[in-house]
Design a protein around this ligand. Structure first.
Ligand code: S3P
Length: 175
């Protein structure tokens, strides 16, 4: 069975939805950021501050290349996974790609209090998010299903994904 790959900007619900979806489908769940942290023995902010973003992207790409060969797995990527087109190409080989989106205001609200995302650190977080979203908009353009999670609880997002998978014949009558 193909993987189900969640892509999308920070704060669109990839990890939360991915965990719930995997649970619901009784499939393994893999979070690319957690794999990076395990491999490095460091948390994301420390990887950025000790080694820089380019290094983080290299590790991210290596791990994605490995995980893309899994089967039957729900995979949550980091928001920047789409920066390198090779990552998405790898993930699409054996994966159904679900793009999660959310409005700028909702992303701000969901990420505001967390200090776990080095790219969002700075004086004016709202502007940082707005600029990054605008820069990346065109990169989130390859997907099989797109869901705006702005006003949907994660359980609803999971339902929509399952309906899509059923309709596409990807679930073979289960779940
Ligand atoms: C990043 C998103 C983060 C994490 C890192 C960089 C990005 O993941 O990979 O901080 O470039 O958008 P989430 O999307 O899970 O927050």
């Amino acid at each position: 069975m193909r993987n189900i790959v969640l892509i999308g900007f920070m704060g669109t619900g990839k990890t939360t939805t991915g965990k719930m979806l995997a649970n619901r489908l009784q499939r393994p769940f893999v979070d690319v950021d957690r794999k990076i942290e395990q491999q490095m023995g460091l948390e994301i902010p420390q990887i950025f501050s000790n080694h820089g973003e380019d290094f983080f992207r290299d590790v991210e790409a290596q791990i994605i290349a490995k995980i893309a060969r899994y089967t039957n797995t729900v995979i949550a990527t980091g928001g920047g996974a789409v920066l390198d087109p090779v990552n998405l190409r790898n993930l699409r080989m054996n994966g159904i790609v679900v793009l999660l989106t959310a409005s700028l205001a909702v992303i701000y609200e969901r990420t505001e209090r967390r200090r776990t995302r080095p790219l969002l650190e700075g004086e004016d977080k709202f502007k940082i998010i707005a600029d990054l979203l605008a820069q990346r908009q065109s990169l989130y353009n390859e997907y099989d299903l797109k869901i705006d999670t702005s006003s949907l609880p994660p359980a609803e997002v999971v339902e929509q994904i399952i309906i899509f998978l059923r309709q596409g014949g990807y679930l073979r009558g289960r779940s």
